[in-house]
Structure formats: C-alpha cells, structure tokens
Design a protein around this ligand. Structure first.
Ligand code: SF4
Length: 111
C-alpha cells in the first residue's frame, strides 16, 4: 500500500463517521490527497490544494484540511470546494453537482 493509499484509508476511517465521504471518483480524491501531502512537505501543514497558501500557519489556519468551510459547503452544495469531501447524497448523484464557490473571505486571500 502506498503512502497516499494509507493516508486515504486513515482519513476515510476518521471522516466517514462524521458524515464526510471521499469523492467516489477515487482517482480525483487521490489526486487531491497527493496535493495535500505535497503541501505538507512544502509548508509543514496540509493546506487546501485548491487555494493559495501564504506559508504562515496562523494565517492559513482556516484552509488547513479539513478547512473551516467544509461543513457549510457540504451542507449547501454536497461537497467541499475541492470536491474531496462529500455527502453520501452527492456521491450517489441525488443532489446536483454544481460549482462550489470559494467561501473564504477575500481579505484572507493574498497574492
Ligand atoms: S476544500 Fe476540501 S480539500 Fe480543500 S481544505 Fe477544504 S475540505 Fe480540504
């Protein structure tokens, strides 16, 4: 089992009881997990791969996976901004798959 697969399994066991399921497209989920691992190596923490991190843990606290916006996004859209974590209904296609807008406040986004 590769490190990515091990992390996939560990996170799955931790998150499913909380009602968060990985995207059933395992290739897509594994790609996001791989990017999370790359960010951990780069910044020292698993910042969201779909957002630009500052490199400062405190400033990026809200986008450390699972981010502060996951709960509201999964509740409203059935999936998080990166489409990594989803509800069972989203995975089963019972809710429409729409674009999830970034909920992060603009003042937190620095370029
Ligand atoms: S959007 Fe999804 S993948 Fe990105 S940090 Fe939030 S929960 Fe993790």
């Amino acid at each position: 089992m590769s490190d990515i697969e091990k992390l996939y399994e560990a996170l799955r066991k931790l998150q499913e009881p909380k009602g968060y399921y990985f995207n059933k497209d395992k290739t897509k989920a594994s790609e996001v997990i791989e990017a999370l691992v790359a960010n951990k190596e780069r910044y020292g923490y698993m910042s969201c791969p779909c957002r630009l991190a500052s490199g400062d843990r405190e400033s990026d606290r809200d986008i450390i996976c699972p981010c502060a916006y996951r709960e509201a996004d999964v509740k409203e859209y059935g999936t998080c901004f990166c489409n990594l974590y989803s509800s069972e209904e989203w995975n089963e296609g019972k809710v429409p798959h729409v674009y999830v807008p970034d909920r992060r406040p603009p003042e937190k986004v620095r370029f």
